[in-house]
Structure formats: structure tokens, C-alpha cells
Design a protein around this ligand. Structure first.
Ligand code: MLT
Length: 332
């Protein structure tokens, strides 16, 4: 009898403690376009953990990978109205909505990951003076995944000549399109979610993204050759709807800012480790890694000659001059 009574008390206690968790005061749906094996997702999970911790559970972060809530650009538009709260996306997919962020995309602006980190950290506050007005979003932290390397299914690309005639997908923004045009191509702008099927069906021959993406998105199944071009580092902010952010008490805004910055530090470390692993793994999986083009100075001078023509696409000359000064100072 005594045992039964203990068992009943135990069951009652278990039921109470396993009951519904106290609801958070705020829910953040965080969208991104990669799968769970990509550094972007790992950084997003770290952001979730830190945001919930620093808000003492008053904020609940729910992550939606794989473009489940819409394409990167569609979700960024939804952030403006606050119908979705947050997103991590490639800078190139944000530029059409928030031109000022395009200063991170000037081709050959950075020669290393460290330079990109210094620039993105120094630009966070100046960008947050502009992005709420431009796009109704603000940056909480900046992820980075290394150089966007070129993959294709047709041939080894070691020079600009080898590149000619390939059908290469680029993200939907003018800087990427014009850069590839300066290299003699007619690039194909396409939403990220459509890239794998397009490679599989031969609609395109190639694309450019970090080494880790060739692993997480299984590009090795449909691509053979990788050329390590250094025109652009994959940078991607965690952005939050300005409308949602302004509706939060100050202590929760601080919690999110802190979580965003720390998640970015974590993601950059994960990405560096996984990039090294991915390069070895891709060779094992049969891909040919050709290193940098032997004539990369030609790629560089063609792309850099475009800088003045990009001013209007990335916030105007005054902003570009200011941002370039900030970046140069941060990198030194
Ligand atoms: C793109 O190429 O559109 C992006 O780099 C994809 C991504 O966000 O990983």
C-alpha cells in the first residue's frame, strides 16, 4: 500500500514537472536557406541557445532551415512587416532590399577571412543606422563561411579562357551579375533553392559558394571541378525585423545583440574548421580541386575596375566612401 502511495505521488510529481513548459513572452522564427549540416545552421542553433539563455527563457527561438518559410529574399521582405521575425542570409541576397550592405560585396575587397571579420564587425553599427530605414531590418551579428569558390561539371578552370562559355549561376544581385560579365560570361541569376535541381538537370554548368556548401548541399554528386577564386567571401548577417525589435524591452534587445555577436564568433570558428575538412572530403568524393586560377590578377583587375559603377547599387557614393574608410581602418 505504502509502495503504491509512493508510486502515485511519484507519478503525480512527474506529470506536474513534465507539464507544458512556461510559455515564452516572445517567439522568434528564424529562417535560413541551408540544411542542418551547414555552418549557417550550426551558428543559428548557437544563436537560439544564447538568445534563450540571455533572455532567461522570455524569448523562444524556432529555427526553420532549408528555405521552409520562403526564399532568402522573400523572407527578408516579410521581416519588414514583421510577419517573420529573423533570418540568416547571404549578403548577396539582401543587397537588392538593403543596398548599403553591398559594401561587403565589392569584389576582391578582402584577401582573408580575418579581414572580412574586421570589416563586418566595424560596419555593424553604421549599417544599423541605415538598414532599418532601407529594409526594416537590423543586424545582430555577421556570419562568414570563407571564399565563394567556383564549381562546374564540364572542365577544369585554371584561367579566364577556360571559364568562357560555361553557364554559371549567380545570386540575384547586380554586383555578382556584372562581375561575371566582366569575366566574359553571361551569368544566370537564380534563387538559391533552385540551384541543386538546375545543376542536376544541366540547366546550369556551375555555381559559386563556399567549400562547405559543396559538402552540405551534396554538389559533389553533380559537379566535378573546383577553382578557388578569391573575389568574394560568403558573409551573411543574422537580421531581425526592426518592427519586432523595437517592440521589445531594452533588456531583451541587449540579450539579442549579445547572442547575435557571440553566435557569429562561434559560427566563424565552426566554418574555418569545416572548410578544411570539406576540402579533404571533396577530393575523396572525386572532385578536382585546382586551387587559384593561374591568371587571377586578370580576374581581379577586371572586377575591381567595376567598383565605381557599383556605387548606386550599394547606397550611393557618400556611403561607399564612408564605409570604405571604416573597412580600411578596421583591416589595418
Ligand atoms: C547563395 O548562393 O544564394 C547563397 O550563398 C546560399 C546560402 O545562403 O548558403
Amino acid at each position: 500500500m505504502k509502495l503504491l502511495r509512493h508510486a502515485m505521488i511519484g507519478a503525480l510529481f512527474a506529470a506536474v514537472s513534465a507539464g507544458p513548459a512556461l510559455a515564452a513572452d516572445y517567439t522568434i522564427r528564424l529562417s535560413h536557406g541551408d540544411n542542418e549540416n551547414n555552418p549557417t545552421h550550426k551558428g543559428a542553433v548557437k544563436f537560439e541557445e544564447l538568445a534563450e539563455k540571455y533572455s532567461d527563457g522570455r524569448i523562444d527561438v524556432q529555427i526553420f532551415p532549408n528555405n521552409q518559410l520562403g526564399s532568402e529574399q522573400e523572407v527578408a521582405q516579410a521581416l519588414r512587416t514583421g510577419s517573420i521575425e529573423a533570418e540568416v542570409l547571404y549578403t548577396g541576397n539582401l543587397v537588392p532590399l538593403a543596398p548599403s550592405v553591398g559594401v561587403m560585396m565589392l569584389p576582391y575587397a578582402f584577401t582573408s577571412n580575418d579581414e572580412a571579420h574586421a570589416a563586418m564587425d566595424a560596419l555593424k553599427d553604421p549599417l544599423n543606422e541605415r538598414l532599418p530605414k532601407e529594409a526594416g531590418v537590423r543586424i545582430l551579428g555577421y556570419f562568414e563561411k570563407g571564399f565563394r569558390v567556383l564549381t562546374n561539371s564540364k572542365r577544369e578552370v585554371k584561367t579566364l579562357d577556360d571559364l568562357q562559355g560555361l553557364k554559371i549561376r549567380v545570386s540575384k544581385n547586380n554586383i555578382a551579375i556584372e562581375t561575371f560579365k566582366s569575366w566574359g560570361l553571361d551569368p544566370i541569376p537564380m534563387a538559391w533553392a533552385e540551384v541543386f535541381p538546375a545543376l542536376q538537370q544541366g540547366v546550369i554548368d556551375g555555381q559559386e559558394n563556399p567549400y562547405t556548401t559543396s559538402i552540405s548541399s551534396k554538389f559533389y554528386e553533380v559537379q566535378k571541378y573546383i577553382t578557388e577564386i578569391h573575389y568574394l567571401i560568403w558573409s551573411g548577417p543574422i537580421i531581425i525585423s526592426e518592427r519586432f525589435y523595437q517592440g521589445l524591452p531594452a533588456d531583451l534587445q541587449e540579450a539579442l545583440d549579445r547572442a547575435g555577436e557571440e553566435a557569429a564568433v562561434y559560427e566563424r570558428e565552426v566554418s574555418a574548421t569545416e572548410t578544411d575538412k570539406a576540402m579533404k572530403e571533396l577530393v575523396k568524393l572525386g572532385m578536382v580541386l585546382s586551387g587559384a586560377p593561374t591568371d587571377e590578377e586578370k580576374w581581379q583587375s577586371a572586377a575591381k575596375a567595376l567598383w565605381p559603377s557599383f556605387s548606386d547599387d550599394i547606397g550611393g557614393k557618400e556611403w561607399v566612401d564612408k564605409a570604405s574608410g571604416i573597412m580600411e581602418k578596421a583591416i589595418k
